[in-house]
Design a protein around this ligand. Sequence first.
Ligand SMILES: [Zn+2]
Length: 82
Amino acid sequence: MVERMWLKPCPFCGHSILTTDQERDEWHVTCGHCHARGPISYGYDLCRESWNKLGNMAHPVPPETLKKLFGSFPDLPERDDK
Ligand SMILES: [Zn+2]
């Protein structure tokens, strides 16, 4: 499901191809470019809010910082670009 509503660009790669995904009652925003996932939240609006808070941080945000902030954060996939 591709979202057209306003979300800040991905804090990792700067792209705006973002999807809002739902697994049962857990929601998260996923970047369609680098596949980074935002914090899991229990609601559509909440997960988008969490994602936009990521965008408020310095750009780009290193994964170590996110791990500190959110306790756990999925490892980023290997980058394709060489
Ligand atoms: Zn990204």
